[in-house]
Design a protein around this ligand. Structure first.
Ligand code: HEM
Length: 464
């Protein structure tokens, strides 16, 4: 089904090296990978110093790597290089240890369990909005980061991290910014006392202080809050041993990081896209007004919020928070006839596949309605994969989709977000894809605006 550009590939990865060095990868990885796909098609080899990687760009090949032959791979270099941050948490651990931890964690993400988080998601969003005033200007990305961090803290660890959110948020942001430098992440060992490494160490220590405090308080109280933290604390190995504080720290820091920045960025991109697409925004408002009237959304409203969901789906297509994935081969094998030797990398980019005109009409355009009539079912499975796939698929996908939909509905019901002129909104492809300088907006209370429009309409009708 797929077409490989064999004629350009055979001289081996080194041929590509001449054209693609680390410079462009570091400076603009989105353009870098888009360019490779355009020039080399569905499969290409890259070599950076002595590191070889195969870049694949067809849904069937991606399925082969993530699902069918998942056992032939471990996680890629960038995540491995960040082990000093994530430790042996779910995102980075491997093998039997990962499987055990995944099974332990899974119940916190079962559909029924997640449903019980809906109230917290809406309540925390309203609490945040209580501090907003119509006409006020803010960085909505900063707001989304603080909100999603508080929601993860409350739902999974029953911890109110409102007072910590600022500090943790700042530290996490710095870590992601430093992680955006692929050259440094991959080739500079984290123990070297470079200024960047020292900063990472400081920020990790800052987050650890808060996380160890949360763990310590729960251990001391012996309270079973029925949340993920209690489940992890109670978990026992066959030999009766329990998780150490270090293991708990690794899982907790992973979930805090993986579970808040991704959803926050998705929402920030959504606000940015909506503000530039008034027709989509109007359709969203119409759906929210019809479904909710003047009340906040609840879990039961979700089936009615079809367009709201499509807005999120489309936003994750154009600005996938996880914009690329990587794996390392653990044995020699072949992909589509090309030899992959042990230690070689395989890279794939949602950013590129999600904008491929073979799967999407007008791929660069924001069109939530494209998802009507079950487009997802008609596409190849990996033409849309914002949450990855196979055994290492995102554990938080249902959580994230519900959270993003509820937050979007709660806010858009009340406020319209207008972009502040001349503020640059630029994607930064770090481990996640986020707006480099945030998204500065002005809040506009919808009722107020609509009331003014309504009353001026009435007046003119009377005058006529
Ligand atoms: C829009 C939001 C999100 C996106 C786009 C996203 C995306 C992803 C992707 C693509 C992966 C797979 C990485 C790979 O295969 O190398 C992943 C893994 C993971 N995600 Fe998410 N994620 C989101 C939200 C969340 C949330 C809300 C949580 C938790 C509360 C979470 C926790 C995790 C964890 C723990 C893993 C590792 C799973 C494993 O390997 O077993 N994510 N995520």
């Amino acid at each position: 089904m797929w077409r490989a550009t064999r004629k350009k590939f055979p001289p081996g990865p080194s041929e590509v090296l001449k054209r693609w060095s680390f410079g462009p990868l570091n400076n603009n990885p989105l353009e870098y990978f888009t360019g490779i796909a355009r020039e080399y098609g569905d499969i290409a080899g890259l070599r950076i110093l002595n590191f070889k990687t195969i870049f694949i760009n067809h849904p069937d090949l991606i399925e082969e790597v993530l699902v069918t032959n998942a056992r032939l791979y471990s996680k890629g270099r960038v995540l491995r290089a960040n082990r000093h941050v994530f430790g042996e948490g779910l995102l980075t651990s491997e093998g039997d240890f990962w499987l055990r931890q995944r099974r332990l964690t899974q119940p916190a993400f079962h559909r029924a369990r997640i449903a019980s988080y809906a109230g917290t998601m809406v309540e925390y969003t309203q609490r945040m909005m209580n501090g907003w005033r119509s006409g006020e200007e803010r960085d909505v990305h900063g707001e989304m980061l603080r909100l999603t961090l508080q929601i993860v803290g409350k739902t999974l660890f029953d911890a109110d991290v409102e007072r910590d959110a600022q500090e943790v948020g700042k530290s996490l942001e710095l870590l992601l910014e430093i992680g955006a430098n692929f050259r440094r992440t991959i080739f500079v060992p984290h123990w070297l006392p470079t200024p960047a490494n020292l900063r990472v160490k400081r920020e990790v220590a800052q987050i650890e202080r808060i996380i160890y405090r949360i763990i310590g308080e729960r251990r001391a109280s012996g309270r079973d809050a029925g949340d993920l933290l209690s489940m992890l604390l109670a978990a026992q190995d066959e030999d009766g041993s329990r998780m150490t504080d270090k293991q708990l720290r690794d899982e907790t820091i992973t979930l805090f990081l993986a579970g808040h920045e991704t959803t926050a960025s998705t929402l920030s991109w959504t606000w940015w896209l909506l503000a530039q697409n008034p027709a989509a925004e109007a359709k969203l408002h119409a759906e929210l007004d019809a479904a909710l009237g003047d009340r906040a959304p609840t879990l039961d409203d979700l089936p009615k919020l079809v367009y709201t969901g499509q807005v999120i789906t489309e936003s994750l297509r154009l600005y996938p928070a996880a914009w690329g994935l990587a794996r390392l081969a653990v044995e020699d094998h072949e992909i589509a006839g090309y030899p992959v030797t042990k230690g070689m990398g395989v890279t794939m980019a949602q950013w590129v596949v999600h904008r491929d005109p073979r799967w999407y009409d007008a791929p660069e355009e924001f069109r939530p309605e494209r998802w009507e009539n079950d487009l997802l079912k008609r596409l190849p499975r990996f033409a849309y994969f914002p949450f990855g796939g196979g055994p290492r698929q995102c554990i938080g996908n249902t959580f994230a989709l519900m959270e993003a939909t509820l937050i979007l509905a709660t806010i858009a019901r009340t406020f319209r977000l207008r972009l502040v002129a001349n503020h640059p909104v630029v994607p930064l492809a770090s481990i996640t894809l986020r707006p480099r300088h945030g998204v500065r907006v002005t809040f506009e209370a919808r009722q107020e605006k609509e009331a003014v429009r309504f009353s001026s309409g009435q007046q003119s009708a009377v005058a006529d």
